[in-house]
Each structure stands twice: as structure tokens, then as C-alpha cells.
Ligand binder design. Sequence first.
Ligand SMILES: [Mg+2]
Ligand SMILES: [Zn+2]
Length: 178
Amino acid sequence: MSNKFIILDRDGVINVDLFDYVLEEKTFEFEQGSVNALLKLHKNNFKIIVVTNQTCINLGLISAQGISDINNYWIRQIEELGGSILHTEVCPHERNENCGCRKPDTGLLESAEKKLNINLKGSYFVGDKLSDLECASSYGCKPILVKTGYGGMTLSESLPSETKIFENLEEVVNWIVD
Ligand SMILES: [Mg+2]
Ligand SMILES: [Zn+2]
């Protein structure tokens, strides 16, 4: 059986978007239903890849290691519950750096493909911002918008035509799996 991959944005999808940066473990709060959703994906043989813009790094608000520690913190909680996150990709750059990996650019997906020797084309990609949906669409992934985080605001933007819309990650996963 071929591997199934799913790409997830982090803030506003997995955890509550603070409309500010998550710079400490104690401000990382799972979105309602997202833990169950992550566990259900794992149970159903989906390999989860998280792709996240964290401009706070190059703004000097936190180190790359600090972001990595926060990710390890929540991923460990998922693992203790029997789940698994295959891989995480972080863009540390500011918009004006033109890095090629800041979503909606697709460098994070390319990087994950290279490191893991996988193909992400055709995979579901769940996000709460237009930049997630545009990244998904331009790379040949299936864009899914959740209404959590910035999602409510993103609804009024001009979305890629193939975008599917759900209340939150748990609803997305129920739709994909059931
Ligand atoms: Mg987000
Ligand atoms: Zn970048």
C-alpha cells in the first residue's frame, strides 16, 4: 500500500492562533478536536507533515531552536497518546527576504520531499490562510480551509477554486477518513 501523506499548517489548524507568535510552550494550546484528529490520521495510516511560517525567528523574537523545542513539546504529547508526526518544516524568514520557502511559496514542500524522498503532489493540505491554500494549489496538492484561526477571515478572499471548507481539523479528518 502506498503511503498517504497529509500536510498541515500549524497555527490556527493544530493549535489556537494567538494572532501573535507562540513563543513559549505554555501558550501552545491545541485547537478543539485537533488532538483527536491527529490521532485518527495516524490510526488511518496518514503520515503527517507540518509546514509552518515562523517569521518570529528572523524578527529575533525566538531562536530556531526555541521553535524546535515548542514543536517537540506538542509532538511529544501526541506521541504519548499513540500518534505520530512524521516531519516538520519551518520557514524562519521575513517576507522581504524572498526566501522561496515562506508560504505561499512552495520551498517547504520541496524540502520535505527531498529530505524524506517522497512525493507530496496530490496530498491534502490543510490551512487557515490564503497563503496555505495558494501554496497547496500551486504545488498540485488539495487545498482545504478550516474556519479556525484566520480561517473566518480567509473565507472572504478569492480562494483557489478547488478549495474545500470545514469548521476545523477534526471535521476535515472525519471527512477524509470516514
Ligand atoms: Mg495558520
Ligand atoms: Zn523561508
